[in-house]
Design a protein around this ligand. Sequence first.
Ligand code: GLA
Length: 726
Amino acid sequence: MTISLAMSIPAFAEIVHVSTPKTSLVLDATKGEPLKFLYYGAGLGANDLNAFPGSGDAQFNAYPVYGLWPEKEAAMSAVHADGNMTLDMAVTGITSSVEQNGAKVTTVSMADKVYPFYVDVNYRTYPESDVIETWTVTSHDEKKPVKLTRFMSGYLPIRRSDVHVSQLYGSWANEGKVEEAPLPHNLKVIKNKDGVRNSHTSHAEVMMSLDGKGEEQHGRVIGAALCYGGNFKLMFDTDDSNYHHFFAGINEENSAYNLKKGEKFVTPALALTYSEEGLGGASRNFHKWGRNYRLANGDELRKVLLNSWEGVYFDINEEGMGQMMKDIADMGGELFVMDDGWFGVKYPRKNDSSSLGDWMVDTTKLPHGIKGLCNTADKNGIKFGIWIEPEMVNSISELYEKYPEYIVKAANRDAVQGRGGTQLVLDMANPKVQDLVFEVVDTLMTKYPEIDYIKWDANAPIMNHGSQYQSADNQSHLYIDYHKGLEKTLQRIRAKYPELTIQACASGGGRANWGILPYFDEFWVSDNTDALQRIYMQWGTSYFFPAIAMASHISASPNHQTNRIVPLKFRTDVAMSGRLGMEIQPKNMTDEEKAQTRKAIADYKSVRPVVQHGDLYRLLSPYDGKGAASLMYVAPDKNEAVYYWWKTEQFVNQQLPRVTMAGLDPDKLYTVTELNRVDNSPLPFEGKTFTGRYLMSNGLEMPLSHNVDWNKRNDYASRVLRLQAK
Ligand code: GLA
């Protein structure tokens, strides 16, 4: 919301107040002056607003540009058509508008004082959301292209006060790990250069705990999430002032952009949130905003599915798929997803070295084609889904033989090839490639409208810099135009198929980012399905992403990635804390295991709305090394909650902390029921009723082991409790 308080403040200043229910961002957008940052934090009323611009951090430009006083880091730099490398921007106007979904956009327009070069700084707020999105639109009227050499989405000065930054890091099969550290002097950079995916090794989101180490339920936290699927850069520059200077945007390295006269360069949104309820509060703000405004179909519930990958890998055949469909239907699942291995005619896909691009069914494996599988799914009363990897091609494929010019490749050099020794990336900057990728989905959906779910994979980075489509002058556009092209294609797909469920997979968790999620319903958290390691990965991922978006599957024991032997109960209890699915060969499960899973799926369905649409409270972090981890989801009306407790270590005579709950109504009475129970006798508090106050100040004591024969050892104890208010 923009409130012009020009009546009550000195006549020369134009105060812009961007507000959400609990937060305020205040700027001074006086015409003819640089746009000044004044304040970001707790929501302000008229009294405090009246005190601006005398109060606040007015010494900083809200969108610093390079050129005059060039010793400071800047959000933007450019080389004008005449070679001048400086910018000097001043405010020319403020406008505001309301979008279809009720979002309000405030735009501060700026122009260079000498050159016809323009930057609009935008702020978007949504009803009932404490997230502010900021981004810029740059254009010019200079005679020749202007070379943009830095183009951050946003900037924020952060007052020094023992600021600790939490970031996610990792690798393939070990995504979403949390690292928290105080900000160093000089520069801290978090970046990605994969080109295609951007969340294996680092993440484009951070939490800034302003007053020392972050706490879950208390303390001032600023959360920042750059909504961009490509190469990004987050920077904290700590200079000789009292401030850290935070910048976030597209990574400009090897990506200078030649902007033509009249063309608009739009940066991705940087989503900011502020909470005084600690890391948990900032996470809940992101989750709510994400479910309501960013995630595809964020208001729907997700189906319980079985994915074929870890069950059969490439060994797809009709009989096997039929058996898996029957098994998941018998266990109460609602969807079956056939993974990699179903396609390729001239070059049938037997392993990962061929066939990507040839999205035609291999009828030697599937004589009745996809139609036959859809019919089988229907007979079993479940839906059918399918795996594709449409941005990619293998050099052994009909597509590559026909269109070698479609791949990303440097001129005069052979293309570097990836997975399977033959995988190549298609050049999404090329409109013909965009059409082709659109058609992969469109053809499948037109031929088989029964398809309910697509797993969209992306298993290669950009391995050599070069676009066969772009001119020699614009080779540096590759990374940016790849993602522009991808986004355009996804927009077309979503316009035509808004209800199709689409999973963003990218060698596991390579696409956990809010830039890609408007087109996807969920993402695959990791190719690592080991329940113990997943506790850590899902914990970190939950800092920024809601459970509804986090695909979490029960897999085999020993686990295929870690070889760890983990009881089914524990595997299920971990998977049940996200979007529950299975990734296993049900044929290899015993009848007892199937019965246990059937019961667990039914239990999950009973609390699915709370898990998928509720508020997350992280209670005991696995990273604290206390021997257990715990979290819970609470329904918005606080009438229902689901509590998870997992033992993460096993030592003799170990004392584990008792976990106090959070987020409940202290005065409500909650009845406790254990879900996915395997014990022979119920827990002492089964069926009993407690006040929210007791549960939040005392908590319930979890027995350290299960009293069942199959689990003589005590490790991997876990409990899931449903709390229902009377
Ligand atoms: C990637 C995905 C897996 C699976 C395989 C198929 O690795 O992350 O889940 O789909 O591709 O080849």
